[in-house]
Design a protein around this ligand. Structure first.
Ligand code: SAM
Ligand code: SF4
Length: 408
């Protein structure tokens, strides 16, 4: 079951943005996210906004690309009318759901609309997520030919019993194949892993890391499994059919990933993300963490432009209705006040390698840091409830980030 949307204020029917979004736009990058809300089956742990064939209430996958293209056209008009300077997209990201469930020509059509509306900066990053069993060599070659630069596979694990608990449909034997085909096509490759699945042992996780590293991906993400309310997995755990995830074991798994990936030459740049050198970092995700502007296209997609954040109607049938009526698909929005923006900068800033300048804190925060120094807390020592650490460079970072900076 997909999670619910935030409340917020109603979004205007024409999607118009206030002129306040223009301030500082020349210092912010612009990216585009295109959500594809379809999956063949729903994995038991997932509450993303995605729908299987029997949940579509009349919406048709075949019609989806045309609706997304219509939203791109609307976005082009709304941004121009707000007075924003023309900014080519630095990054484009197709996420899901399973974008690669659509025919490749549909993804090409959507990307073409983005390029036609805003253009792309030189060297733009253009990514699609893909399930390993949803692509073949021809599909991947077509992606490259239509302008994609990068593919991110949901590998999750190399261990069949772990994949079975997660209700993933792909055969782990497919991972080396799809990675090889992507390379041959000239695409950068990222692999997504999940750790902490009920029943997964440290040895299972080690095997998944080994198999992932043997593929020499350009980028790796490792996320702890979150048991989301309302999912089948949450119900199975509640009924005692599946074990509750063990937080201590998950922490050991995280540390093992950190050691293994560092030893294999991967740089971490965000708590859960590693890459082979800075040029392979996910620039799209970094833009989210650094508060740049992006337009999210599709059902339930979220957008942020100059301190205004909004989200679209959630169900593909409701989205289809809005697009057919030539209305904005926006469902709700909020204008972030200075304090909310600052708190978000703090929460996101401590997750990334650069950390957060202490100057970004309010008086109370700075006083807390001064108190830490006076009390003899030095860099690398857990502070502020063990979650945040002050470094020698005067930056705050999440302690999981700092641990990597310190000699062991
Ligand atoms: C929503 S999926 C979309 C891409 C594609 N369908 C796939 O599964 O790889 C993106 C990533 O989010 C991860 N994800 C979804 N639900 C999660 C959860 N409850 N805990 C941790 N990761 C999750 C998936 O495993 C996947 O790697
Ligand atoms: S394939 Fe991906 S998006 Fe679809 S249900 Fe599974 S995790 Fe969620």
């Amino acid at each position: 079951m997909p999670s619910t949307l935030p409340l917020g204020d109603p979004a205007p029917v024409d999607g118009a943005l206030p002129s306040s979004v223009v301030a500082g736009a020349d210092r912010r990058d612009f990216g585009v996210y295109l959500h594809v809300p379809f999956c063949r089956v729903r994995c038991g742990y997932c509450d993303f906004n995605t729908y299987t064939g029997d949940e579509l209430r009349g919406a048709k996958r075949d019609d989806y690309a045309a609706q997304a293209v219509a939203e791109v056209a609307l976005a082009g008009r709304v941004l121009a009318e707000a007075g924003l300077p023309a900014r080519p997209a630095s990054t484009v990201f197709f996420g899901g759901g399973t974008p690669t469930m659509l025919p490749q020509i549909d993804l090409a059509e959507m990307l073409h609309a983005v390029v036609g509306t805003w253009g792309l900066v030189d060297g733009a990053e253009v990514t699609t997520e893909a399930n390993p069993d949803s692509v073949d060599a021809e599909y991947l070659h077509s992606l490259k030919a239509s302008g994609f630069t990068r593919v991110s596979f949901g590998m999750q694990s190399a261990v069949p019993s772990v994949l079975a608990t997660l209700e993933r449909t792909h055969d782990p034997e497919r991972i080396p194949l799809v990675v090889e085909w992507s390379r041959e096509a000239g695409l950068d490759v990222s692999l997504d892993l999940i750790y902490g699945t009920p029943g997964e042992t440290l040895a299972d996780w080690e095997r998944s890391l080994d198999v992932a590293l043997a593929q020499q991906p350009d980028h790796l993400s490792a996320y702890a499994l979150i048991v989301e309310d309302g999912t089948k997995l949450a119900r199975q755990i509640r009924r005692g059919e599946v074990a509750t995830p063990d937080d201590d074991l998950a922490a050991d798994m995280y540390e093992l990933a950190d050691d293994r990936l560092a030893a294999a030459g991967y740089d971490w740049y965000e708590v859960s993300n590693w890459s082979r050198g800075a040029e392979h970092r996910s620039r799209h995700n970094l833009a989210y963490w650094q508060g740049h502007d992006w337009w999210g296209v599709g059902p339930g997609a979220h957008s942020h432009v100059g301190g205004v954040r909004w989200w679209n109607v959630k169900h593909p049938a409701a989205y289809q209705q809005r697009m057919t009526a030539e209305q904005s698909p926006g469902a709700g929005r909020e204008t972030l006040d200075d304090e909310t923006r600052r708190v978000e900068r703090v929460l996101l800033g401590v997750r990334i390698r650069q950390g957060l300048p202490v100057a970004e804190l309010d008086d109370e925060g700075r006083q807390a840091v001064a108190g830490l120094i006076a009390d003899g807390w030095v860099e690398g020592r857990p502070a502020l409830q063990g979650r945040v650490v002050l470094t020698r460079e005067g930056r705050l970072m999440a302690d999981a980030v700092v641990r990597r900076l310190l000699p062991s």
